[in-house]
Design a protein around this ligand. Structure first.
Ligand SMILES: *Cc1c(COP(=O)(O)O)cnc(C)c1O
Length: 372
């Protein structure tokens, strides 16, 4: 363990197996997984559809390079375009890489270096994505970052409009700030961002792929972005990221402008195709219903000041440190996340059962009343 660089404050648990909403550690202890591997395991651990698709692809072809076409990559781009209503895709291996692709795309398409982003926003750890991340603690040790990024407070339309300048080519927003505390953007704020004379990129790496009860979170706000970044849940745990570019603005990249050796890997794409196909209207309706149940239950718990989010990306603002509650829940067999100091974040698999919601709420009630 001392052979790993200490970039994470890891819990003293080694996870060895998962199935559905549950995982097991090396000692055989069972946990209810309401973190979903940080909003990644959207269909639950070992879901049969992406498992079968990935296994079949493993037996056919692992890698061909992007000098050639592969069937899973073309199929995934087609499925995502259908969901978006006309887009072209670039595939990569992570969220930060999808954001990097968006930053380069906007630079090439507009010729303008300026970016508007949000205070508290999170877009990844690479230098470009970090430059657009509005969290000083993550940025400051790595200055100087990309110049020309301005940050505005979430949902402050006047500040957004005031920050707009001629040099801004890209507005980069999370429809729900995930790491920043599960803060949904108001429809009016997204509409105001859409009206600015710049490309609008919505970072749906955490809130996309069905997590909020629609395939894309932006569907609920009625805006059509120019660019969308996806990653986390797209491969249900296999590493894949995507930049989608709306057809209307999709002519900026030419061969040689961008690339990725592993991007669009056939196994990851085959799994992702199965994920996208599994997110049907029934599952989305379930996400909305289970989300509403969870909001109502969480709001009744002691020490919960506010519950916010959409679908199954929820944040409970606590009167006290979320980290302590995360630890206490884990000791009682429930994995949950924090998002900042006092926000407890829940992102269970979209396939979570009603009985599992009850189980999780019972543990939370126990933890919050025992230590309140
Ligand atoms: C997790 C996340 C990222 C970064 O994704 P990585 O795969 O960790 O690089 C970017 N944006 C948002 C909104 C995220 O939640």
């Amino acid at each position: 363990m001392e052979r790993l660089l200490p970039t994470y404050a890891r819990a003293p648990v080694t996870i060895v197996r998962g199935e559905g909403t549950r995982v097991w550690d090396a000692e055989g202890r069972e946990y209810l997984d309401f973190g979903g591997g940080i909003a990644v395991v959207g269909l639950g651990h070992l879901h049969p559809a992406p498992l079968a698709a990935a296994q079949a692809q493993l037996d056919r072809l692992w890698h061909a390079s992007n000098l050639y076409w592969t069937e899973p990559q073309v199929e995934l781009a087609t499925l995502l375009s259908e969901r978006f209503g006309g887009a072209r895709a670039f595939f990569c291996n992570s969220g930060a890489e999808a954001v990097e692709a968006a930053l380069k795309y906007a630079r090439k398409a507009t010729g303008k270096p300026g970016i508007l982003a949000l205070e508290g926003g999170f877009h990844g750890r690479t230098l470009g994505a970090l430059s657009a991340t509005g969290q000083p603690g993550k940025r400051d040790p790595f200055a100087p970052l990309l110049p020309g990024v301005r940050f505005v407070p979430p949902n402050d339309v006047a500040a957004l409009q005031a920050a707009m300048h001629d040099d801004v080519g890209l507005v980069l927003l999370e429809p729900i700030l995930g790491e920043g505390g599960v803060i949904p953007l108001a429809s009016e704020f997204l509409a105001a961002a859409r009206e600015l004379d710049a490309l609008l990129c919505l970072d749906e790496i955490q809130c996309g792929v069905g997590r909020t009860g629609t395939f894309f979170a932006f569907e609920q706000a009625g805006v059509r972005p120019d660019l969308v970044t996806l990653a986390k849940a797209l491969g249900n745990g296999l590493p894949i990221g995507a930049l989608l570019v709306a057809d209307e603005v999709a002519d900026a990249f030419a061969p040689g402008d961008h690339g990725s050796t592993f991007g669009g890997n056939p196994v990851a794409c085959a799994a992702a195709c199965a994920v996208v196909e599994a997110i049907d209207d029934d599952l989305l309706a379930r996400v909305r219903a289970h989300g509403a149940t969870l909001v109502a239950e969480l709001a009744t718990l002691p020490g919960v000041e506010e519950v916010r989010g959409r679908g199954l990306l929820l944040g409970a603002v606590l009167e006290r440190s979320a980290a302590e509650v995360v630890d206490a829940c884990r000791e009682r067999g429930l994995l949950v996340l924090s998002a900042g100091e006092r926000v407890l974040r829940l992102a269970p698999p979209l396939t979570v059962e009603a009985s599992e919601l009850e189980e999780a709420v019972a543990v939370l009630a126990d933890v919050l009343s025992a230590n309140a």
